[in-house]
Design a protein around this ligand. Structure first.
Ligand code: TA6
Length: 338
């Protein structure tokens, strides 16, 4: 057996936390059910994610760090809804966990509430599968559309990667992509460099490479490298879209994903997709707040910007449309390079 799953109270609130841990004690991952926020990923005894020392961990505010989930909006196109939407502020339910020979997974779910409907007048079902293994953390964020009509939304995994120092790391793998630069009036540019270094506030949306025809595009592969350590983390991400193959599958999907609390169907229905090649490329946001913005953020310690870079896979450069009874899966594979 690779690992175990434990549900326990959190440090500063009774809102539960799920902790996946390898039986050898070397690897673990903790998911605060407030926002289904991964707040820790320890690989070979070393923490790989950044959480601010000033982060609110009592369920009163989205966690500053870890992997907050963004849905149904990125930034604040709808000013009546919180920046980055409401998914990271809901308490998610724990559907279950399952163990494979080389990994342990947990599955959480978030469904429509009165509060969300007042903010966004559509039904939805979000599912989140977190898989811990000896070399990887795989986070699969699924959006299911139970409505009779299409829904349009943005979604993203806002991943804060822990680093030795912001001036010694570089991000590679985005050369040739167009990006929207939030620091230059949202103007569009093309990335000329094979590595991106950080010397000022950086806030860019690198846009997914468009599929040509029905040619599936490759997933995004971004590498985080440190001048002293060398390659640190390989971040692979992409999208699967699943339309129900038939009416009875649609009914089964509707019942299982919305009405039942067990995770078995989710595992069976999506299991084959989770391990299949990723079909579609994805946007990647790269962010570091630098000094001034770090000082302005109440839940980020002033020098916290030295210690992280955000590499955030999502569908944010334009709203994504999802047909009725269909499911979109946004998968992030974080693989430790050393
Ligand atoms: O993903 C980058 C970004 O959109 C930045 O513009 C910055 O606002 C960051 O997200 C953090 O947003 P938050 O709402 O968590 O403070």
């Amino acid at each position: 057996m690779f690992g175990t799953c434990l549900i326990h109270p959190s440090e500063k609130t009774d809102i539960p936390t799920v902790t996946l841990a390898s039986v050898d004690g070397l690897h673990s991952c903790s998911i605060f059910t407030y926002g289904a926020t991964v707040i820790s990923w320890i690989n070979n005894g070393k923490e790989k994610l950044f959480v601010s020392t000033e982060a609110y961990m009592d369920g009163s505010k989205a966690v500053r760090g870890g992997i907050p989930l963004v849905f149904p909006q990125f930034a604040q196109p709808n000013p009546a809804m919180a920046q980055h939407g409401f998914a990271r502020n809901q308490i998610w339910e724990i559907l279950g966990s399952f163990s494979e020979s080389d990994s342990i997974s947990a599955i959480l779910r978030c469904k429509t509430t009165e509060e969300t409907r007042a903010l966004w007048p559509h039904d939805f079902c979000l599912l989140y599968q977190i898989t811990l293994s000896a070399t990887k953390l795989i986070t699969s964020f699924a959006i299911y559309n139970p409505n009779d009509n299409d829904i349009d939304f943005q979604c993203l995994q806002h991943t804060y990667l822990r680093i030795p120092h912001i001036t010694t790391v570089a991000v590679s793998g985005l050369q040739g992509r167009e990006f929207v630069d939030k620091m230059r009036a949202m103007n569009k540019y093309t990335e000329e460099n094979d590595t991106i270094c950080f010397r000022e506030e950086t806030d860019r949306i690198y846009v997914a490479l468009q599929q040509s025809g029905d040619q599936a595009s490759a997933p995004s592969v971004v590498n985080l490298v440190d001048a002293a350590i060398g390659p640190m983390m390989k971040c692979t991400s992409g999208v699967h879209r699943m339309e129900p193959q038939s009416a009875d599958v649609a009914q089964l999907l509707q019942t299982a994903l919305i009405d039942e609390k067990n995770s078995n169907f989710w595992i069976e229905y999506t299991g084959q997709w989770l391990h299949s090649p990723i079909h579609e490329d994805i946007d990647v946001v790269v962010w570091n707040p630098w000094e001034a913005k770090a000082k302005a953020l109440v839940d980020l310690n002033d020098d916290g910007y030295f210690d992280f870079v955000c590499i955030e896979p999502g569908l944010v450069s334009q709203p994504t449309k999802l047909a009725p009874l269909s499911l979109l899966l946004l998968t992030q594979i974080l693989e430790v390079s050393n």
